[in-house]
Design a protein around this ligand. Sequence first.
Ligand SMILES: *Cc1c(COP(=O)(O)O)cnc(C)c1O
Length: 355
Amino acid sequence: MKLKIIYATSPKQKPQDESRLGFGDIFSDHMFVMKYEEEKGWYDPCIKPYEDIVLDPAAMVLHYAQAIFEGLKAYRREDGGINLFRPWENFKRFNRSARRMCMPEIDEQFVMECMKKLILIDKDWVPKNKGTSLYIRPFMFATEPHLGVRPSKSYLFLIITGPVGAYYKEGMNPVKIYVEDQYVRAAPGGTGDVKTGGNYAASLFSSEMAKKKGFTQVLWLDAIEHKYVEEVGTMNVFFVIEDELVTSPLTGSILPGITRDSVIHIAKDWGIKVTERRISIDEVIESAQNGKLKEAFGTGTAAVISPIGQITYKGKSYSINNGKMGTLSKRLYDEIVGIQYGYKKDPYGWIERVC
Ligand SMILES: *Cc1c(COP(=O)(O)O)cnc(C)c1O
């Protein structure tokens, strides 16, 4: 397949003040688009100016939600070059999501080349301020105009990018978490372990209610017993109980986060006892009460490490590490961010250079 490139003739104004970048509102000049039809396979890969897409009102994604996505970032190194962090993992996971949602897989090698080309073309959109990055959003959805329920026969795959700000505007403020004991995010056998939009749609009601009560996010429990901790918001979750770093195993209703995997790797390398085991909310609360719960944090590409300062369960609130970021949380954050921006050694070969 040959990649076609159409350059933007009137580039957009880039954000003037990088210290005021938010998340997900600003998009770079170009995007990557590729089409799929059952008889043809993938065709017409193209980098072109960022623009609207036209859809038939019967496009199947609008009705039956065949849609998947990924999220990763490009980081500006001090020498001006650009790093990607474990991008192959994102495309592997994308293809896992595609299989689960009866969508066509992409050629990881080819799409990686196209993505790098896209970032190079828009390299001036990769911000330079500390903590900023270029967010990259690959996604695919069903386009066939058809209302019968079955997998679509045509799809669009796109990559859009845009500069995003440092996640922590006022330093690392630990968040307040509401333990959701009524609604669930994902059930065994469902789609909780793939990145499909429907998971997010299903989670909104609960997180909106929590936000109205003054919480930042919800802590999800398992769908069967409402007992075991699964994730926090759209992040994986870790607890430091005495000297053990605990996270839920990948049971099938948990998204296998790349940050989660990186944290496990690094912590084990540091000689820390890391355990993937089911952890009940009762154990978390009990550990918080008797002082064994030292730290808790969420992990994901957006925040890397998001410390949890307080959890509320059945009307009672428990403070963790006096509402401050813990030592291990901070150490893990510094290590991963250091590797991403290239000022720390990358012993794992996780960095893929764009330039
Ligand atoms: C994307 C995502 C994560 C984090 O994955 P990373 O690869 O670390 O960014 C965690 N949980 C959910 C539900 C997600 O969608």
